[in-house]
Design a protein around this ligand. Structure first.
Ligand code: PMP
Length: 369
């Protein structure tokens, strides 16, 4: 049946450059412990749910009208949340940071242009590049997956991309980049006049959250820092992403965004969530504790976890990744096979979920020994 569908798809006038491509498809399975897409596994607290319902209910009364196309109040509140002297002029928002990245590629990428990122990194970058007909250049990291500033800068000078994406903390490896890398890449991209995007989807979980690239925006008009409410804010279902940058970057994406792309319901949800951020972000510390516990326990089991600034842990070792992944799934624990030999990635969940994962790994290692 799948082959029939492929034939039927190929009979359509699909763009040649999309033929044979695979859509994003992290499994959405109904299991007890879901630790495969780096969500915040803590439910939205009751009082925040109530505040969201109230704000959405107010918006519902006006759903006959298009929403504020400029989502001005939301931009003001996001600027206030980020601090660093940012104002609404510096902020743009969209349906998840995936849409943020797509809009940046629509504005600054396109046919004849390229995006450089450093693999392994977030799997959507090549998919968004394909969708916008922008060439994706898989830049190289060191063997231990770190990104030395000189090497990153050298690759930027070599490829002269229209856009560079630095993922910090990096998905799937988990570690944040130092300022030196961002600065070296920015300087190296002067000649090609590239947009440098720092994707900080996981910034709130960093061991040093104050070290955000937002500090570097002043005087760097080609720098964009992308954020999301999907992770630390426990709001993946609401689809709210945003960026901070010079105001003219927002002007550029205004040329490609759909009119009224951020629905009144999304704006209301995001506003209520931001106003209750203390309650929503309260679980960040416990998630970081579970993350560090995963790193410590996997080391104790003789595996090789990377240090993590995010809400997930990337680990390798002398195990069969596919077999361990399947073993855990049989026990109701879904983690991520990121397609890198001998490595897997797991999201830090609640204490109970994390225990279920760690016990599963321990018992797999015993059974395989
Ligand atoms: N960037 C990175 C590095 C991510 O891991 C993710 C989510 N997996 C995103 C962006 C997109 O998240 P969202 O669209 O939910 O904001």
């Amino acid at each position: 049946a799948t082959n029939d569908r492929t034939d039927l798809l190929n009979a359509l006038p699909l763009r040649d450059d999309l033929r044979g491509k695979t859509p994003y498809g992290a499994p959405q399975l109904d299991v007890a412990v879901t630790l495969n897409t780096n969500e915040n596994t803590h439910p939205v607290p009751d009082d925040v749910q109530a505040a969201i319902v109230q704000e959405v209910s107010r918006a519902a009364a006006g759903l006959n009208r298009y929403p504020d196309r400029e989502f001005t109040v939301l931009r003001e509140e996001l600027a206030q949340y980020l601090g660093h002297g940012l104002t609404a002029e510096n902020i743009w928002a969209a349906n998840g940071s995936n849409e943020i990245l797509q809009q940046l590629m629509q504005a600054f990428g396109g046919p004849g242009r390229s995006v450089l990122s450093f693999v392994p990194t977030y799997s959507m970058y090549p998919i968004l590049s394909a969708g916008t007909n922008t060439a994706f250049i898989p830049g190289q990291r060191a063997r231990d997956f770190t990104l030395p500033p000189e090497s990153a800068a050298e690759q930027v000078r070599e490829h002269q991309p229209s856009i560079v994406i630095l993922c910090s903390p990096n998905n799937p490896t988990g570690t944040a980049l130092d300022d030196e890398v961002v600065d070296a890449v920015y300087q190296a991209s002067e000649a090609s006049n590239s947009i440098v995007v720092v994707d900080e989807a996981y910034a709130e979980f960093s061991r040093n959250p104050a070290a955000t690239a937002i500090r570097l925006l002043d005087g760097r008009p080609r720098l964009v820092v992308s954020r999301t409410m999907s992770k630390a804010f426990a709001l993946a279902g609401a689809r709210i992403g945003y960026f901070a940058a010079a105001p003219q970057i927002a002007d550029a994406v205004r040329l490609v965004r759909l009119p009224y792309h951020l629905s009144a319901v999304s704006q209301a949800t995001a506003l209520a969530a931001l106003r209750h951020r203390t309650a929503l972000l309260a679980d960040v510390e416990s998630i970081k504790m579970q993350r560090d516990r995963i790193v410590d326990d996997l080391k104790r089991m003789g595996l090789g976890p990377s240090e993590s600034d995010s809400n997930f842990v990337f680990f390798g070792g002398a195990f069969d990744a596919r077999a361990l992944w399947e073993y855990l799934l049989e026990r109701g624990v879904l983690i991520r096979d990121v397609g890198i030999d001998g490595h897997l990635r797991v999201t830090a969940g609640t204490e109970e979920e994390t225990t279920a994962f760690l016990e599963g790994v321990e018992s797999y290692l015993e059974s395989a020994a």
